[in-house]
Design a protein around this ligand. Structure first.
Ligand code: BGC
Length: 480
């Protein structure tokens, strides 16, 4: 059980312990040059960061004007605001990260929220099987959650559920929408173009579960709502985890394509920014990014996400290491069977390697020798691995900064006190990701932004946010 207020928490994690390239005693000129080339390729210079920000702002404007643009800029139908006084109990279901989560959320008024949650692992085969099987599994999880937490209903009362479905969905109302495409390794058949709420409600009905899907919400929108519950100056909700994306508060007159009601001033927009630059006009894609993209289940899509998100960073690093090995510039040209397999170099290893401050890089050695079964690694090998990891981690944070600064500039909110709530394992655990982002914002706006904009961890925001959204939806439909 967790007692909130869900305030932004101070992140306790080790900082990056950067390597000094000049101190590496390279074994050959060729090896040194190869590392210098990687530094060139993976560095997002201040100029490039600003070019990407400008390009991103243009893409936002295109998405606001018309449907079907690269950044989809999807109106979320969330117009209301909460002030922390609301009371009630809701269920939330979060599908789209590494785990599926079912959460019961009790809003106690005065900004207090109590949550109980259980995580369930989604088998890889379900992610790429038939959609009906995936949703039946989800219904089983919700069923067992109700049992496990002895949640009983009297009479024919139904639970209201907020459904966080963290994929690009074109919403047509607060609890309706159509899936545009799958991302993050999901590719269940028969769902693109269909309504995920209908699939979920049907699966609940097949099991006779007393649960009604009251709201459909993207995790970024949920994160924004949850963060705003305690930080009324919240302008953005961001996910930097398995995938990446952001939502922000937009003035309705600026949403050119919006044809719905105009009785509110603002609406939250789910940007779907992981799809940015499918035209490949500004992103510094390397051959390693191209290779990863080609081998993914959604080739040609989500290029920005594939350079930033936790699902992909380890695999990019693995690609670079294998290339150095093939050129006999690392580990004496020998590969271990583990590193020879796709997806074995986890992004979590990168966090450990980044934080490794020992003179002999002993945690890096543990990962390479104990986990990845290299029989012997030299100090130079480990230094090169650390350098590769740093380049990829820092690039991800600086690309995130370009997206955040585009939104802050578009809304003008960098000039006033504003909060950004960020959830996701990458932001939470990756050393110095938060400070790298802030450094990027300072490059764009100058030091003033440090005083005005606070970036905080909005842990579990997507679960609580979905419940808040269910509450808003019921309030809204009751005409209150
Ligand atoms: C999805 C977004 C989601 C993000 C973070 C992306 O792959 O398209 O809808 O918000 O991941 O979970």
């Amino acid at each position: 059980m967790s007692q909130t207020p869900i305030a932004s928490k101070t992140i306790k994690k080790p900082s990056r312990c950067p390597l000094n390239l000049n101190k590496i005693e390279f074994e050959s000129e060729k090896q040194k040059r190869a590392v210098e080339d990687l530094v060139q390729e993976f560095t997002v210079t201040p100029k490039l960061l600003i070019d990407i920000k400008n390009n991103f702002k243009e893409a936002m404007n295109k998405g606001l004007a018309k449907d079907g643009q690269t950044i989809a800029m999807i109106p979320s139908y969330v117009v209301g605001r909460l002030d922390g006084t609301e009371v009630g109990s809701y269920l939330a279901l979060d599908v789209g990260g590494t785990n599926l989560r079912v959460v019961s959320v009790h809003l106690e008024g005065s900004g207090h929220i109590t949550t109980h949650q259980t995580k369930y692992k989604i088998d890889e085969s379900l992610k790429v099987g038939e959609a009906k099987a995936l949703f039946d599994f989800i219904a089983v999880c919700v069923d067992s959650f109700l049992d496990e937490h002895s949640i009983r209903v009297r009479g024919d009362t139904e639970f209201e559920l907020g459904f966080t479905f963290s994929f690009p969905v074109l919403q047509t109302s607060i609890n309706r929408g159509t899936l545009i495409s799958w991302t993050k390794g999901f590719n269940a058949a028969g769902m693109v173009g269909k309504d995920p709420v209908a699939f979920l409600q049907d699966a609940f009905n097949r099991r006779h579960l007393p649960v009604r899907v009251a709201a459909l919400v993207n995790d970024t929108v949920g994160t924004l709502l949850a963060h705003a519950y305690n930080h009324p100056d919240t302008v953005m909700g961001v996910i930097l985890g398995t995938g990446c994306n952001g939502a922000y508060v937009e003035e309705i007159p600026k949403i050119g394509k919006w044809t719905g009601e105009r009785n509110a001033e603002t609406m939250i927009i789910n940007m779907e920014f992981g799809a940015f630059d499918k035209e490949r006009s500004v992103l510094p894609l390397t051959m390693f990014d191209n290779r990863l993209d080609r081998l993914s289940v959604n080739a040609g899509k989500q290029l920005f996400e594939k350079m930033i998100a936790g699902m992909y960073l380890g695999e990019i690093a693995r690609g670079v290491l294998v290339n150095l090995i093939d050129r006999r510039l690392l580990f004496g040209g020998q590969i271990s069977p583990e590193l020879n397999q796709m997806w074995t170099f986890e992004t979590a290893y990168m966090s450990t390697i980044e934080a490794d401050s020992t003179p002999t890089l002993s945690s890096t050695r543990d990962i390479l020798e104990s986990t990845l079964s290299f029989t012997h690694t030299s100090l130079v090998d480990r230094q090169i691995v650390k350098c590769v990891v740093e380049l990829i981690g820092k690039r991800a944070a600086r690309l995130s900064a370009s997206a955040l600064s585009a939104v802050l500039e578009h809304t003008g909110s960098w000039k006033q006190k504003s909060s950004i709530g960020i959830d996701g394992s990458l932001f939470e655990h990756y050393p110095s990701f938060d400070s790298d982002i802030m450094d990027g914002l300072v490059e764009v706006f100058g030091d003033e932004v440090r005083k005005n904009v606070s970036i905080g961890l909005a842990q579990d925001g997507s679960g609580v946010g979905a419940a808040l959204c269910a509450l808003l939806a019921t309030k809204y439909s009751a005409g209150k």
